[in-house]
Design a protein. Structure first.
Length: 231
């Protein structure tokens, strides 16, 4: 694998930190990792998501915005949305310009799921596979966009996450014909407080589910068939 950094200029002409990992041979699959507000791409669920995608032959663009180091929270909601949108579109434009990609996978954690929804407004991203890690299920416009686009989806969330809502999650699973990975007792950080072995077991569950989902997505793309409803 080759690691590099792309020259990405985002919101208000500010650089967007990133790491671009490419396969030894040209790939037709681009994966984009979008972290949370204080949850960087090096955290285990995102790190292993990237590892799984690399093993499956994808190039991986890790977008490494660190909004907690800026005045992001002091901005209005509309300005925050514009900031995220500017940065992730600039990142994806830079990534997509590197090779002729035929397939895109988006992996977003928390704030990163907001970034994913912004991308879904662009026709280039309406046939992507989406991994929603601790999605902000209580944000109505996020749910509405997922319902509208219905991307192939995997939802990963813990039952102790304040954004966990089983009814809303089940609805999104149904409309996207998607999959869920529900972690009993896990919080928004995908850990089980006071239970290190349980947290490691949850991480193992996440990785196994990611492997199965992404393997199935690859087979679906190759066969060009409707995946149907999965459990």
């Amino acid at each position: 694998m080759e690691l590099s950094s792309l020259d990405i200029v985002g919101h208000k002409k500010q650089p967007v930190p990133n790491t671009f990992i490419t396969q030894p041979q040209p790939s037709t699959h681009l994966a984009v990792i979008l972290p949370g507000y204080r949850y960087p791409v090096e955290m285990p669920p995102l790190y292993y998501a990237a590892r799984v995608l690399l093993e499956q032959g994808a190039d991986v663009l890790r977008v490494e915005y660190a909004y907690y180091r800026t005045n992001f929270l002091q901005q209005s909601e509309s300005e925050q949305d514009q900031w995220i949108s500017d940065d992730v579109f600039a990142a994806c434009d830079a990534g997509l310009s590197q090779r002729s990609y035929e397939k895109i996978t988006l992996v977003g954690k928390s704030l990163g799921t907001i970034a994913m929804v912004h991308l879904l407004s662009d026709h280039r991203f309406q046939q992507v596979a989406c991994v929603w890690v601790t999605p902000l299920l209580t944000v109505e416009w996020l749910r509405s966009r997922i319902e509208e686009i219905r991307p192939r989806s995997l939802f990963i969330i813990g039952t102790a996450d304040r954004f966990y809502n089983p009814e809303l999650l089940d609805h999104l699973k149904t409309v996207t014909q998607g999959q869920t990975c529900i972690l009993e007792g896990a919080d928004h950080g995908l850990e089980i407080p006071g239970d290190i072995p349980g947290s490691l077991a949850a991480l193992h569950q996440i990785v196994e589910t990611l492997q199965a989902f992404l393997n199935e997505d690859s087979k679906t793309i190759e066969q060009n068939v409707d995946p149907g409803e999965v459990t």
